[in-house]
Design a protein around this ligand. Sequence first.
Ligand SMILES: *[C@@H]1O[C@H](CO)[C@@H](O)[C@H](O)[C@H]1NC(C)=O
Ligand SMILES: *[C@@H]1O[C@H](CO)[C@@H](O)[C@H](O)[C@H]1NC(C)=O
Ligand SMILES: *[C@@H]1O[C@H](CO)[C@@H](O)[C@H](O)[C@H]1NC(C)=O
Ligand SMILES: *[C@@H]1O[C@H](CO)[C@@H](O)[C@H](O)[C@H]1NC(C)=O
Length: 398
Amino acid sequence: MASLLFISLLLSFVALTSSLPSIGVTYSSPSTTTTAAAAAAAAASTPPPPPDKISTAITALKIHAVRLPDADPSLIKAFAFTNTSLFLSIPNPLLPAIAANRSLALAWLYKHVLPFYPRSKIALVSVGNAVLDSVAEEDFTPYLLPAIRNLHLALHELGIKKIPVSTTFSFFSTITTAFPPSSAEFQQPAGDLILKPLLQFLEDTNSSFLINLYPYNLYRLNSEIPVGFALFQDYPFNFRDDLVTGVRYFNLFDMMADAVLTSMAVMGYESIPVVVAETGWPSGGGEAGEVEANEAYAEMYLRGLVRHLKSGIGTPLKKDGVAEVYVYELMDHENGGGDKQRGRKWGILSENMTRKYNVDMSDGAKNSGFMAIFTAFIFVFATVWGIFFAIHDLGVGN
Ligand SMILES: *[C@@H]1O[C@H](CO)[C@@H](O)[C@H](O)[C@H]1NC(C)=O
Ligand SMILES: *[C@@H]1O[C@H](CO)[C@@H](O)[C@H](O)[C@H]1NC(C)=O
Ligand SMILES: *[C@@H]1O[C@H](CO)[C@@H](O)[C@H](O)[C@H]1NC(C)=O
Ligand SMILES: *[C@@H]1O[C@H](CO)[C@@H](O)[C@H](O)[C@H]1NC(C)=O
């Protein structure tokens, strides 16, 4: 009996060590913004740093995962022979062509993957970004699933079976609510038309569900949320209860993550890994009166997020929590990184590439080394203990 207890203890430690989410960062090159105004602003400002400098800066920060929404080939190349895994995205305007013609999916792979893989550790391709948000300008949703399937087939045609394909959603155009998380669902009609078949594809191909998740934006929409709750601060009464599940939440990030997990569970796909493709807190800029966009809060958010992820406690509804988290964004951009972010400064580095915050974002390799030794110790101990009791029991039996 006692040895059983140790074995279960051992298993729980194994689960803990294997489940620490990786922490990455996004890098969007400012030169690729699409609006004319942004392009003019970019042309007038200092040119973006050369790709090698970006790759060196990320290695220096000990960050091992990078999301490149523009999938600029010179950047992909700059990460060759680094241990940095790359998460590439295909821009929305390419979806209709890729959906219509698989040879255009192949053409994209010939330009962005084949010349660099596997020297550059391309780990994931998102076909489109926040397609459900774009409905007002141009509706790309009808092309989403056919484009994803074509890219997946094209990868297999090239004999590349280890790069999963998915797409990225934003919380606000996908999930109904985060209050309480247990009542969340996918918004309709996209839920049945897009999400359900997509989740089936992700399950069939062993891929992940990708979502942008900004407690900052949810906090701004809900004035009754205390800012400390959005910033991972521990105050005595800083929690919210989900009365349906009886679960207590200590931060807004977990509430949003569990709202996503609940929505997936409602459709029967709770075991697909969830990747937070973007999260962050701006340190300045934005609209007048955005007083919470300041450096002190941005640092509190980053520090709290990293500490929470490294603790390995997951979310209240899922022990191993989210699989990966990408912090938006590596650098402040003079033009705010595109009009989507309205001139806010999201960078963990300033424009001249100096560090703004003293937060260790390395993925705790030392910790997991320690945990491995600890686990091995427990294992040996449990085995010896088990043998001891087996002998002891035999003795008693005689
Ligand atoms: C990358 O990882 C491999 C194995 O984990 C290791 O042998 C290699 O030295 C690492 N390379 C770099 C540049 O860190
Ligand atoms: C698909 O694209 C290729 C390359 O551009 C072109 O040669 C071919 O005709 C296209 N096929 C269809 C069905 O549009
Ligand atoms: C899915 O991923 C898991 C874990 O990475 C792996 O063990 C399994 O073989 C994969 N299955 C398929 C069908 O690729
Ligand atoms: C870099 O930029 C930051 C913020 O704009 C500034 O405080 C700092 O002095 C600059 N450092 C150098 C070396 O230029």
